[in-house]
Ligand binder design. Structure first.
Ligand SMILES: [Zn+2]
Length: 326
């Protein structure tokens, strides 16, 4: 099933399919954590199912549905970014390899094994190097019959305009807060409001934050509050370097943004890290706004440089020093 906030997109695509107007290239865009990849898989299942239900969802019981669920349907090809083959880094740069794309083109050019649609899903499509992206153009221009190529990207501006212009863009916005909170509640998430706030409204990220990311956040909280406990924060750099960098950078940016809010709006400011209000207020009293802004810029630049390999130990040492000195 799709997520409750994806009904509009589902109706739109199913209507196009019934009218035989479904585009050969779809580009799913919108913020991370809204379920775009999941939607692509549910769409593929609905298209290939032998007995879809009245709303065009797959039955989950037929051979096609079972093969898709197992990831082994011969007419469904899923590409995800992978690390370089020889990488030993804990934080490798992930890309979509051109060889993997070529294998996918070959598979798509063959006759459908089940006599229906052939579907290719490229997850995080913006992780395609330009050469690989350009190789997609031919498939987008001359797709076979009943071929559907779905590109999924939270950063579509990074895709060449030639690719974007050849796809029908389907946007997945953040659901409204009430809907997101209701969904988180159904999934047993405690304090869904805080989790959703920290995930900037993206329900799937909020669910991750509340579940698997809880430990990572605890560590981050300890590191950032070490100074206020009279301890050094540097020893935390090693542990932070083992955790997903992109996620932690966004969290750190939230902390620094909370400081900016306290310094500019005052103690009534609404904070992302509401549970840390006391320590943030104490920190804001001693902070220099110039240094806070400069740390803010430093983190933004690092977030933008996503995809560039960095020495994470050094990165976190530098950031913790800057944080301690704002
Ligand atoms: Zn089925």
């Amino acid at each position: 099933m799709i997520y409750p906030w994806q009904n509009r997109q589902w109706q739109q695509l199913q209507q196009q399919r019934r009218q035989r107007r479904l585009a050969h290239g779809l580009l799913f865009t919108g913020p991370a954590g809204t379920g775009k990849k999941h939607f692509a898989h549910v769409l593929a299942q609905g298209l290939l199912c032998e007995q879809p239900d009245a709303s065009d969802f797959g039955c989950r019981l037929c051979d096609a549905c079972k093969l898709i669920a197992a990831g082994t349907h011969p007419d469904v090809h899923v590409l995800k970014p992978t690390p370089p083959p020889t990488s030993t880094s804990s934080n490798p740069v992930l890309t979509i390899k051109i060889d993997a794309l070529r294998a996918m083109y070959r598979a798509l050019s063959e006759t459908s094994q089940f006599g229906g649609y052939r579907v290719a899903v490229i997850e995080d499509a913006d992780r395609m190097p330009t050469q690989a992206a350009n190789s997609l153009l031919k498939t987008l221009e001359e797709p076979g019959d009943d071929t559907l190529l779905i590109l999924v990207s939270s950063h579509p501006h990074r895709l060449p305009v030639t690719i974007r212009s050849r796809c029908q863009q389907i946007r997945f916005n953040l659901p409204d807060t009430a809907q997101a909170l209701a969904w988180l509640g159904q999934h047993g998430i405690d304090d869904a409001q805080s989790a959703l706030k920290r995930a900037h409204g993206a329900p799937l990220l909020a669910k991750d934050h509340a579940a698997s990311h809880a430990q990572a956040r605890d560590l981050m909280v300890q590191a950032l509050n070490a100074g206020s406990r009279g301890q050094a924060s540097i020893p935390y750099a090693n542990k932070l370097a083992q955790l997903p960098k992109d996620l932690l950078l966004v969290w750190l940016l939230d902390w620094v943004s909370d400081l900016v809010r306290l310094l500019t709006v005052g103690n009534d400011a609404e904070l992302v890290n509401e549970d840390q209000r006391k320590v943030l207020q104490a920190r804001a009293q001693k902070a220099d706004i110039g240094r806070v802004f400069s740390l803010h810029d430093q983190i933004c630049a690092l977030i933008k440089a996503e995809g560039i390999a960095l020495n994470l130990q050094l990165l976190w040492e530098n950031l913790l020093i800057s944080w301690d000195n704002v």
